[in-house]
Write a new protein. Structure first.
Ligand SMILES: Cc1ncc(COP(=O)(O)O)c(C=O)c1O
Length: 391
């Protein structure tokens, strides 16, 4: 019998696809053209730097000087002087002793959580954490305790009975509702319990803290002995890649033990060059960070004043509640039809089952663009959007 006539071993995928269609949860790729006419409130390009001439030049010059690829893993040939320079500048800018650059923020979270825990470690993880932290917990051999969202008392209770190594891991700004973690209270709880604090500042870098130095800098925790930050270079810095920042001995430990660092090709020089150029730009123009927060506040005020339900933004993410997953999908499509690109969060990407439009308050949006965005979102709002459950 020819092989292709055999039973379809992937028939179960058809069943799953049908179930996803019925629930309005199908995800599909939509390649965007280079000259998209859409107003972008969907990307993570918080400062609008991904196309900034200096950032693009940083990428181009790095590729010309160092080549298109890093050529190997960081411990073999994949560490160029450019990587070392980026690490020094990232650490200095954010206020940490040392930094380690990885190929993505995802890899950085896996590296930090797995390298800082072992079988006897208790990892306490906020229920709203990003999937890469969740996966880091799964990959570590530690016991993981998931605690209610942004609840330092729950963290304290969970740590109380534990003997031995422990760490708390949390996003600084949560991607779904754009709310900030109570970092000061978390740090106190960790200090009292002798636990490390690992904070994913993916959405804080470039937006929070003095000149965009991040949420830990804003909380006075940058460089504190028991504190580690993870970052992505793909949001405010408009590039690609990730980093772990912390005490030099933590970084040396990661170099020796973090599998997503050791067994992964180094970050492409163009991405390192772009991130470095963005970082220098941000240092020269610190007002960019505050502008992203102002745009977020303006979007929130105007949308909620018109009856929509949104969480008050602590950084540059504005999350607007939708009545259902299918309504959210239609709403985002209608926005797109009217020239506005917005994000759409549905289960399983939302912890509470409530679907949302997710708006990026880009710091480079003009007043006219903010007005156009608000008018489009209101004009396309589904019935029931104003009744969506409050945060
Ligand atoms: C909170 C958070 N952490 C980590 C990541 C992963 O970063 P990267 O896209 O660089 O892998 C993201 C987003 O993508 C994120 O939102």
């Amino acid at each position: 019998m020819p092989q292709h006539a055999a039973a379809d071993v992937f028939a179960w995928i058809d069943d799953e696809e049908r179930a996803r269609e019925r629930a309005g949860l199908v995800r599909a790729l939509r390649p965007r053209p280079a000259d998209s006419p859409l107003l972008d409130l969907a990307s993570n390009d918080y400062l609008g730097l991904s196309r900034h001439p200096e950032t693009v030049r940083g990428a181009r010059e790095a590729a010309e000087r160092w080549g298109a690829g890093a050529t190997g893993s960081r411990l073999v040939t994949g560490t160029t002087e450019l990587h070392a320079e980026l690490e020094r500048e990232l650490a200095r800018f954010c206020g940490f002793e040392a930094a380690l650059v990885l190929s993505s923020g995802y890899a950085a979270n896996l590296a930090a959580v797995t390298a800082l825990s072992d079988r006897g470690t208790l990892v306490v993880s906020d229920a709203g954490n990003h999937a890469s932290i969740v996966d880091g917990c799964r990959l570590s051999r530690a016991s993981t305790a998931v605690v209610p969202h942004a609840d330092p008392d729950a963290v304290a209770k969970t740590l109380a009975g534990h003997e031995g190594r422990a760490l708390l891991v949390t996003d600084s700004v949560f991607s779904v509702d754009g709310d900030a973690a109570p970092l000061t209270a978390h740090a106190e709880v960790c200090r009292a319990a002798g636990a490390a604090l690992v904070v994913d500042d993916a959405h804080g870098l470039g937006v929070l803290g003095e000149g965009g130095r991040g949420a830990l800098h804003a909380a006075g925790l940058a460089g504190a002995p028991g504190v580690v930050a993870t970052l992505t270079l793909s949001k405010s810095l408009g590039s690609q890649g990730g980093a772990v920042l912390g005490p030099a001995k933590v970084i040396r430990h990661l170099v020796n033990t973090a599998r997503t660092f050791i067994f992964d090709t180094g970050l492409a020089p163009a991405a390192a060059g772009a991130a470095l150029a963005s970082l220098r730009l941000l240092e020269r123009e610190p007002e960019r960070a505050g502008r992203a927060r102002e745009v977020a506040a303006a979007l929130y005020e105007r949308l909620t004043a018109s009856g929509l339900t949104a969480a008050r933004p602590d950084a540059a993410v504005v999350s607007v509640r939708a009545p259902s997953a299918s309504a959210a999908l239609r709403w985002a499509a209608d926005c797109r039809g009217a020239g506005l690109s917005v994000g759409c969060f549905r289960p399983p990407s939302v912890p509470d089952g409530v679907s949302r439009l997710r708006l990026t308050a880009r710091g480079d949006l003009t007043g006219d663009e903010i007005s156009r965005a608000v008018e489009t979102i209101l004009a396309t709002a589904p019935s029931g959007a104003t009744d969506a459950r409050r945060a």
